[in-house]
Design a protein around this ligand. Sequence first.
Ligand code: GLU
Length: 433
Amino acid sequence: MQHQDDTASLLSDASKRLDRALKYVNISEDAIARLQHPKTSLSVSIPVRMDDGRLKVFSGYRVRYEDTRGAGKGGVRYHPHVSLDEVQSLAFWMTFKCALLDLPFGGAKGGITVNPKELSKAELERLSRGYIDAIADAIGIDVDILAPDVYTNATVMGWMMDQYSIIQRKLCRGVVTGKPLELGGSKGRDTATATGAFIVIQTMLPKFKLTPSETTVAVQGFGNAGSAIAALLAQAGYKVVAVSDSQGGIYAPQGLDIASVKEHKDQSREMKAVYCQDTVCSIVEHQTITNQELLALDVDILIPAALENQITKDNGANVKAKYIFEVANGPVSSDADEILNSKGVYIFPDILVNAGGVTVSYFEWVQNRSGWYWTLEEVNQRLKMKMRQEAEETWNISQEFSISLRTAAYVHALNRLGTALDAKGTRNYFVKS
Ligand code: GLU
């Protein structure tokens, strides 16, 4: 999978989306100026004792981009490409995502520059606890709340919550979401990103008179979100014809049995189109394809569910899908947006499509604060209500102003952010003459 080498331009590329939306909102200059900059950016060094006795020092970050509408909120990413610029861009997106979904949160994000696959479980735990030691003063249940992101999961969140509680000398469940159920996690949080994306797809497709059985789908990325959205779509009767991971993908025009692919991948770490594991089951006819080939497949729906900047000005013209649902954060660069918009591709943006994760994180935070835990049905029903409502509103704004769905999503979020920022006042007692 490609990763942008010049990460220095990520935040400025992200803020181009803001510029495009500004002419459709009535927002003060003060509010715009504040939204151009992250509020706090913390860079830390995390010394970790490795299993062989050496000390290794890792770089970590936590950025609180904006917190007028509520405490900072956002995941923690473990990836070799993590940089301050990337974390700032991801925190920027979280700000708009939380406003779009009308969650009482601002936007934040964290990350550690590390390849977690090279660490033992004990090293990973020491690194996660060390990260919390380093950023403890910058987070809290009403300050900034952590969650999983790329290559972090419930186990890591459990360690982080525990470490923060040790530092505070009291149980602090609500400072981290996406925890194991046993430690105060919410039902449905593990699959919430995919469930939310599925709700958006199901809400939007009837507008184009598409039915599941005649809709072909390709999914890039087979992590937590990618594998779950592929499974949900396949279960609902969509024809999922291609999936991939960072090594490459598989393509079968007749459709893949996603449950079997997942089972095989979980067991062997390899991508293979098998229907089942015993001798009477056969390997499905399939082609192996590269990630670039997957992105260029002639399918109805393309779902980038891996990393940012996968569709750029270099490969945007190759995209043949008519609908893109962004399950990853930032998979389409702003110049690729222009290419795709001019081709008439509908891009359903990340800040809407993948917002199911943070929405159920919000539910988890509410449950932790109240001590009253919900059933899976309650979680999913509330998630559905929120996702549908904001998806419809985004659609209506795009229709009203004849603008892209991405710009519409920013307009919708900006209206909420702008009024909140203005309500707070200037605090500097300056009167223009
Ligand atoms: N990392 C997820 C995201 O990018 C979830 C964030 C959260 O739950 O706070 O939306």
